[in-house]
Design a protein around this ligand. Structure first.
Ligand code: 4FD
Length: 259
């Protein structure tokens, strides 16, 4: 899969995306991360890309022209990179913005099916609306908070999407680490030593009794989801026994409150 990022700060990607698991995936040619500097497409003699907002207000707005030109260059680059020109289809263009649909694991799965993905990073008060209307296919937010630029959100998307591309994670890790499996939070993990500052690892995990361990972990996942993210339980996939466990848990908590 090929990620293409349109940004004013390509150094941020060069600094972060050649390390660890993503860095190795790039080295192995499983994914690529290509940046295009929007400033390179400024026709201004001072290479300016922003200006004051029409109608007044605080901050600066990125002008449509350099964004549109950078986009044209990029699409051409993607076209030319194809061995089979017939396989070219218009890539999706994600604009990362606080005004987008809030990103989740299902969106990461869907986007990981694309061969090429363009991510557009805004700054200041954003980008002129007209060029967004012309090129953007998906508006995505990584959560309800505001950052100084779209680069960190772009890297969050790339990381979340890339780890779902076959070959990026080891086979065991990809099968095992479905953190949102059945819409539940992951169970707690323990490693050596058996006792840390007087705190024992849960006894069942040392028992070697695989069915009991599985049951314990599922219950921990359910309890944790109920405690921290009850909104996820609406779509959780639970067995009859697990539903009963959850019901008992809820009754127990209510009992604790009123006693
Ligand atoms: N929550 C997010 C994305 C970008 C961002 C920006 C308009 C500001 C948060 C467009 C305004 C981009 C997010 C840059 N902050 N800041 O995903």
């Amino acid at each position: 899969m090929n990620f293409h990022v349109m940004t004013l700060f390509p150094e941020m990607f060069e600094a972060c995306m050649n390390i660890s698991i993503i860095g190795r995936a790039v080295e192995n040619g499983i994914i690529s991360i290509n940046t295009v500097n929007i400033r390179d497409f400024s026709e201004d003699k001072h290479k300016r890309v922003d200006d004051y907002p029409y109608g007044g207000g605080a901050g600066m707005v990125i002008q449509p022209e350099p964004v549109y030109k950078a986009f044209g260059y990029l699409v051409n680059h993607i076209k030319l990179s194809k061995d089979d020109p017939g396989s070219f289809k218009k890539p999706r263009v994600v604009y990362v913005t606080p005004q987008g649909y809030v990103f989740n694991q299902n969106m990461a799965y869907e986007l990981s099916q694309e061969e090429d993905l363009i991510i557009l990073c805004g700054h200041y008060e954003g980008i002129d609306e007209r060029v967004l209307e012309m090129i953007v296919t998906d508006y995505i937010s990584i959560g309800d908070y505001v950052l100084t630029g779209g680069e960190l959100p772009a890297m969050v998307l790339i990381d979340a999407i890339a780890r779902l591309v076959p070959g990026v994670l080891s086979n065991e890790a990809s099968a095992e680490f479905e953190s949102f499996k059945d819409n539940l939070l992951e169970y707690p993990q323990y490693t050596r030593p058996e006792v840390f500052m007087g705190r024992r690892v849960p006894e069942v995990l040392l028992s070697g009794h695989h069915a009991k361990i599985e049951e314990f972990r599922r219950q921990q996942s359910i309890a944790r989801t109920y405690e921290r993210r009850p909104d996820l339980l609406e779509n959780a996939v639970l067995t009859e026994e697990e539903r009963e466990y959850l019901t008992r848990l809820i009754f127990q908590k209510n009992f604790d409150i009123y006693s």
